[in-house]
Design a binder for this molecule. Structure first.
Ligand code: SF4
Ligand code: SF4
Length: 408
């Protein structure tokens, strides 16, 4: 493939559209399919001015500039939603082998629209062990390329580093990872490589990768409620490694705080604007499941200024969730449970169930845990984990209710 063919369109990557901030009232038709996933439906015709991405940012040492708001949607079934996001100016899309058929759905837009997007995909987390071979990694990448209907991704990630359920740090210290990704780079199949994490050992493993490998991009789970990742981001910036934030809405339910926000801004837009104001973040990958979500999130692009009142509202919002929200990157309770119940994972599934509206997905994730790791045993436990959370989360109580909600 010629270099010129890889250059993303000037309009997409260098554009500086004006943010026409339009709030609600777009009249989306939303339906839910048999798997409980939202289908975007069809946006109703309107003469209303649609929001557009207002800022494109340099993506680390890559040669690309990407929209400050990026597109994610693990359950996407209709490429029209991504097309709609692209019309709004989004040129960064994140996917993964694990996200049901999302790679195949994106592939329906190719080859026609391939040069309009910077794509990151992630190989299956379980693939990476201390014994994984170069060939296994390159084969998995080829499978993703086939599903995506393209000859290259812009960046290929190790999915979920820093998750002790998948193994200790030796799984990412396997030298075959670097040599495989360098071969993929040379072959033009993955121009850059990186790692994602919202796991308890995220900070330690991102640091190791940045200090010891040629990694180009990190994707940490972080938001207004998390603490501790900032030095990692500063190091990434110093090394010119790209930072793509995820899990940025924290536990955001679609709560209507609009009467407190400037010109009808939603709390979710406020949280995104807070993220965009942080130093050392290049873009945010955020799950967009409807056309309405796309418009809401795109309207947060650009000037991240929040009013004093809005900051107060967001702080109150975070305070409300403080004792309920298990923070990405926290490992304080990791060794508290003698049965090694994966507390952080189960609390995250609970979040998907209650706050993200992804009940079936959450139940599937929970049912995949071995019986010995499930939270049913918490009912008769003395509660060794209690008191280990620096955020004062009542872990035992939340796990017992999570078990009841997530058990089929
Ligand atoms: S309640 Fe007991 S079994 Fe459940 S996570 Fe805490 S220590 Fe482990
Ligand atoms: S429950 Fe508390 S201590 Fe445990 S991972 Fe979550 S935030 Fe950290």
């Amino acid at each position: 493939m010629k270099q010129s063919e890889r250059n993303l369109s000037r309009r997409s990557f260098l554009g500086t559209g004006i943010a026409g901030i339009v709030g609600a009232g777009l009249g989306m038709a939303e339906v839910r399919d048999a798997r409980g996933q939202d289908k975007p439906g069809t946006p109703e015709p309107t003469t209303e001015k649609k929001p557009q991405i207002a800022e494109y940012r340099k993506l680390g040492r890559t040669k690309y500039r990407v929209s400050d708001i990026g597109f994610g949607n693990a359950g996407m079934q209709d490429p029209a939603l991504l097309e709609y996001a692209m019309e709004r100016g989004i040129n960064y899309v994140d996917t993964a082998r694990q996200y049901y058929d999302m790679e195949k759905v994106i592939g329906k837009l190719f080859p026609a629209k391939r040069d309009k997007l910077f794509i990151t995909t992630k190989l299956e987390p379980e693939l990476f062990t201390p014994e994984t071979t170069e060939e296994q990694i390159l084969t998995a990448l080829d499978e993703s390329l086939e599903r995506l209907n393209t000859d290259h991704v812009d960046c290929c990630l190790i999915h979920s580093v820093g998750d002790p359920n998948l193994g200790d740090i030796t799984r990412i210290q396997n030298p075959n990872i670097v040599t495989a990704f360098e071969k993929a780079r040379k072959a033009g199949k993955a121009l850059y490589w990186g790692a994602s994490s919202h796991g308890p050992k995220m900070i330690e493993e991102f640091n190791w990768l940045m200090d010891n490998t040629s990694i180009d991009l990190i994707m940490p789970g972080m938001n207004m409620m998390t603490k501790g990742i900032e030095p990692v981001l500063a190091k990434a910036r110093q090394k010119d490694i790209a930072v793509v934030a995820m899990k940025s809405l924290s536990a955001a339910k679609k709560i209507d705080y609009s009467k407190y926000m400037k010109e009808g801004r939603t709390a979710r837009q406020g949280l995104l604007k807070w993220m965009l104001a942080q130093p050392n973040i290049d873009t945010i990958s955020i799950s967009m499941r409807t056309f309405e979500d796309v418009d809401e999130f795109v309207a947060a692009s650009g000037n991240p200024k929040l009013t004093y009142r809005e900051r107060e509202v967001l702080q109150g919002y975070c305070a409300l969730l403080d004792r309920d929200y298990c923070r990405p990157g926290c490992d304080a309770c990791l060794n508290a449970c003698p049965s090694r119940v994966p507390i952080h994972d189960i609390l995250r599934y609970r979040l998907y169930f209650h706050n993200y509206g992804r009940e079936k997905y959450a139940m599937e994730l929970y049912s995949a845990l071995p019986a010995s790791k499930k939270a049913g045993q918490c009912v008769s436990c003395a509660g060794h984990c209690q008191g280990s959370c620096p955020y004062h989360i009542d872990i035992q109580d939340k796990l017992i209710s999570a078990h009841a909600d997530l058990t089929v």
